[in-house]
Structures are given as structure tokens and as C-alpha cells.
Design a protein around this ligand. Structure first.
Ligand SMILES: Cc1cc2nc3c(=O)[nH]c(=O)nc-3n(C[C@H](O)[C@H](O)[C@H](O)COP(=O)(O)OP(=O)(O)OC[C@H]3O[C@@H](n4cnc5c(N)ncnc54)[C@H](O)[C@@H]3O)c2cc1C
Ligand code: FES
Length: 268
């Protein structure tokens, strides 16, 4: 059993939970994720490990309540237990000295980019962070992101905080400088827009994909994605891929596959 030892509300739909998971805390690397099953009847959902403390044997997850399981997870209280947490899964982000790196994140993607930005900064890269949300109230983890960025830019769609517009609007102005790597995490249309923008500048771009996952171990095929014309399984081959080679249209279509079942579950 994995115990919830701290729960925090980051905005109206995003929560952070600190959980005891000593084996995972001991091994997890930036960019890796876990698959969580709350109880016997529960479905499995993948969540990125947002932070870990090996000494204390704890990890944190940050999740947006978008459907049945994330809402159920959000209802757990401090002291409650989670039945299974499988991980760490997936390949870690490739951390090395690139030079100047832009880390772009939208919505809850900020939670997922933070461990990567931290590791890239420790590897002596200059990290430029760009985070965005629809409105000021939805911006999360600004303080943490500031800590791991040499420069931080914020964009809100309605202009209520930072620059008005999308994270890609900020990115476009930054790309006039020499950039060695762009790392993007967020909604599929955002990652696609980032990749389209950087393609013209020939800047290596890594995206962290979020297809539907079930087992997280390469067996079920649900996380199939097409990258450079080849079939990949995001759970074992990813989650990070070359953004210029990902078939984002297919990914967006496949994310809708279970919409009917998900709406039925959410209505319960
Ligand atoms: C590697 C990886 C890391 C992720 N990390 C985070 C994170 O740190 N924080 C966070 O908030 N979200 C993260 N996600 C997305 C998260 O897994 C989904 O939001 C969650 O599974 C939704 O489950 P639900 O039952 O609440 O919603 P549902 O009602 O089932 O679905 C709502 C939406 O979530 C998508 N979804 C449903 N089931 C899955 C699934 N098993 N895997 C992936 N997407 C699914 C659907 O396409 C749907 O659009 C990650 C996804 C992946 C693949
Ligand atoms: S989640 Fe089943 S193959 Fe990747």
C-alpha cells in the first residue's frame, strides 16, 4: 500500500499529492512516470513523477481532474492509501549539456516539465522556461519553475497574467536567438504547434506524449503512436519522442477512442 501523506490544491482542478513509495523514489529519473490503480475495481492511469525524495522514500504526483479516475484520486485524503503504484516506467528524459534549452509547458504539463528543467539546469544548460494557461488562476507552479529556469516567461490566453497569447507566441520571439533544444509538454495541439514552429528553424524538439495507457509495460498496445512512419509504444519506447516525426493527428484521434466509455464512467 502507498500512503498519501500530503495533499495540496494547486488550482481549481489540479492537485499535488505526496505519497510514500520508497522503491520508486530510489530509482525514478526525470521524465519517468508511474501507473496508478486506486483500488481493486479501479482503472490504471499514468502520471508523471513530479518530484522525489530518496531519503524520505516519497514521491509527488500532480494531476488534473479530467475524468473518473483523476477525480476519484482527488477525493483521497491525507492518510488514505492507494492500492498499486507501478514504476518508475518509461525512459528518462535525455539529460546532457545541450547549451540553451527552452522548456515549454501548457496547463498541467508544467508539473511534468519541472523535473526535466531541474535536471537540464543541473547539467549546466541555460534553461528558458515558458509556461502558459488560459487565465492567471490556472497558472501552476510558477515559483518552482522560476527556480529551475534562468529566464521564465508566462503566457495567458486572456492576458490576465504575463504576455497575452499562447506559449507558442512567446516561443516564436525567443527562436530568433540560437537555441539548441526545445522540450515541450502539454496538450497535443500545443505540442504539435511547438514542433511546427521549430521545424522551420531546424531546432531539435522533444515532446513528451500522453496517449491512453493501460498496462504501461508494452503488452496491451493502447499507447501506440506513429513516429517517423514507425509504430512505437509510448510506455516502453517513450514518453519522449522527436517532435518533428510524431503523427500528432493520429495521436489526437486515438485519444478520442474511449470518449463514450469515459463519459459513461464520469456520469456515475
Ligand atoms: C506518460 C504519461 C504521463 C502523464 N502524466 C500526467 C501528469 O503528471 N498529470 C496529469 O494530470 N496527467 C498526466 N497524464 C494524463 C493522465 O494519465 C490522464 O489525464 C488520466 O489518465 C485521465 O484519466 P481519467 O479517468 O480521470 O479521465 P478519463 O475520463 O478516462 O479521460 C479524460 C481524458 O484523459 C485521457 N485518458 C484517459 N485514460 C487515459 C490513460 N489511461 N492514459 C492516458 N490518458 C488517458 C483521455 O484521452 C481523455 O481525453 C499523463 C499521461 C501519460 C501517458
Ligand atoms: S500501455 Fe499498453 S502497450 Fe503501452
Amino acid at each position: 500500500m502507498f500512503n498519501v501523506i500530503k495533499k495540496e490544491i494547486l488550482n481549481q482542478s489540479v492537485k499535488r499529492m505526496v505519497i510514500t513509495a520508497p522503491d520508486i523514489a530510489n530509482k525514478v529519473l526525470p521524465g519517468q512516470f508511474v501507473v496508478i490503480r486506486i483500488n481493486e475495481e479501479g482503472e490504471r492511469i499514468p502520471l508523471t513523477v513530479a518530484s522525489c525524495n530518496k531519503k524520505k522514500g516519497i514521491i509527488s504526483i500532480i494531476f488534473q481532474e479530467v475524468g473518473f479516475t483523476t477525480r476519484k484520486l482527488g477525493r483521497l485524503k491525507e492518510g488514505d492509501a492507494i492500492l498499486d503504484i507501478l514504476g518508475p516506467l518509461g525512459h528518462a528524459a535525455e539529460i546532457k549539456k545541450y547549451g540553451k534549452v527552452v522548456c515549454v509547458a501548457g496547463g498541467v504539463g508544467v508539473a511534468e516539465v519541472i523535473p526535466v528543467a531541474d535536471a537540464l539546469q543541473r547539467a549546466h544548460n541555460k534553461v528558458i522556461g515558458i509556461i502558459g494557461a488560459r487565465t492567471k488562476e490556472l497558472i501552476i507552479l510558477e515559483k518552482e519553475m522560476r527556480l529551475f529556469s534562468d529566464e521564465l516567461y508566462i503566457a495567458t490566453n486572456d492576458g490576465s497574467y504575463g504576455q497575452e497569447g499562447l506559449v507558442t507566441d512567446v516561443l516564436r520571439s525567443i527562436l530568433e536567438q540560437k537555441i539548441d533544444l526545445v522540450y515541450a509538454i502539454g496538450p497535443v495541439p500545443m505540442m504539435e504547434a511547438v514542433a511546427n514552429l521549430t521545424r522551420d528553424y531546424k531546432i531539435k524538439t522533444i515532446v513528451s506524449l500522453n496517449p491512453v495507457m493501460v498496462d504501461g509495460t508494452g503488452m496491451c498496445g493502447s499507447c501506440r503512436v506513429s513516429v517517423g512512419g514507425e509504430t512505437k509504444f509510448c510506455c516502453v519506447d517513450g514518453p519522449d519522442f522527436d517532435g518533428h516525426s510524431v503523427d500528432f493527428r493520429e495521436l489526437a484521434e486515438r485519444l478520442k477512442l474511449f470518449n463514450n466509455q469515459e463519459s459513461e464512467m464520469s456520469a456515475r
